[in-house]
Write a new protein. Sequence first.
Length: 163
Amino acid sequence: MKRIFTQFTVSAALTMAAALLVTLAFAGPSRAATASQVDRVEARITMLHASLNITPAQEDLWTQVTQVMRDNAQTMQALTIARADKAKTMTAVEDLTSYSEITKAHAEGLQKFVPVFEALYASMSDAQKANANTMFRGHHRSPTAAKKMSKGNASVSTAASTK
């Protein structure tokens, strides 16, 4: 049952991310120029490094995580820009194909990300793991929902991270 729920959660997260990317693609190049996916990932890397309290001993593992994040962001940005550039002239089939390429790249990016993050996660202290669990559990929700969840489940997160 837990596996089915996890698969559903991953599927839902991928669908939400793809929908966001499509929305960004239709926003056009001017929106992409104000805050590129690469820029947002760089900001996220900085925030995660501080929030996860990455230690000097974890820096090599962290570097592997950030390289995958950067590579994924560059891939997604290139696909999103290409889609935006052709949005006004694409046929329905081209539109669906473009959307499919973006969702496939997102899934492939996650498949690359999970093993390197898993290695970093394995090196974390219980406190770091609890923090990561809270951060990643709510990353696809609204900030308000994530705050409510982290406050309401703080003891559950800590207990779960120590198992």
